[in-house]
Design a protein around this ligand. Structure first.
Ligand SMILES: [Zn+2]
Length: 246
């Protein structure tokens, strides 16, 4: 059962996350109703200030891998009012430079990771904020990088949309993820299954073709339902990006 490919990192203290988000962009506060709020696990969104330059530091293991990651991130560029500036992540520096800091290691070949949006501002600057594998010959490598950068822009998982109607075979999924990844039932609930509707948020329609959707293999569902890895930004992803960063 190959469904778990990314783990959101919620390692930032909630009050630091809130302070960083609202200092960066006032409308990240759930009290501000002047622009539509999009959904969030917590009570605030974590979007970057519109129009700003995002400094993106990528570990340069080799030029080809650097360019692969950079090109994946640049898929988002036409649809967001942000300027991407790419630099090398220099491990010799005591404090890493870069708003978003991407570590690349075989450790993350199975499960990639990222902080959500402005949580990167609250993370210590000696640590990365996004983690990718090195298996760039895999057909889905670029898709994983696009997905992780979606998190870095502040997006959450589409398969956890409250209206996600995936007919999960829950007991089978619990057993498989415990066996393969040592995940508890609570962790599976928090990672995979739909989240309750947040009244502070407005929602785009559930989009199974979103890059922010996990691959769902047929053996994880009841009946005949599967969603293979989405390789490109969907119409919904593009609309969402434009709404987040007008
Ligand atoms: Zn993810």
């Amino acid at each position: 059962m190959d469904i778990f490919s990314c783990q959101i990192q919620n390692t930032v203290e909630p009050h630091l996350s809130y302070a960083a988000a609202t200092q960066e962009r006032e409308s990240n506060s759930p009290q501000d109703k002047s622009i539509p709020q999009t959904r969030s696990v917590g009570s605030h969104t974590r979007y970057w200030a519109t129009g700003r330059t995002l400094k993106i530091a990528i570990m340069r293991l080799d030029d080809a891998l650097f360019d692969t990651v950079k090109n994946a991130i640049n898929q988002w560029a036409p649809y967001v009012n942000l300027t991407f500036e790419f630099i090398d992540l220099n491990e010799d520096d005591e404090l890493y430079e870069g708003d978003i800091r991407i570590e690349i290691s075989p450790l993350y070949n199975t499960v990639a990771r990222s902080l959500i949006g402005t949580d990167a501002l609250a993370a210590p600057s000696y640590s990365a904020t996004m983690w990718l594998g090195t298996n760039s010959t895999e057909a889905t490598y670029e898709a994983v990088a696009i997905h992780e950068f979606g998190h870095a822009l502040g997006r959450l998982h589409e398969h956890q949309h409250p209206d996600a109607n995936i007919p999960w075979d829950r007991e089978k999924v619990y057993k498989a993820l415990e066996k393969n990844h040592g995940m508890s039932r609570a962790t599976v609930d928090a990672t995979l299954f739909p989240l309750p509707r947040d009244n502070n948020a407005t929602y785009a329609p559930y989009d199974r073709h979103s890059v922010m959707h996990y691959q769902v293999t047929n053996d994880a569902t009841l009946g005949d339902w599967e969603q293979l890895t989405n390789l490109q930004l969907s119409e919904g992803d593009i609309a969402f990006a434009r709404q987040m960063y007008p």
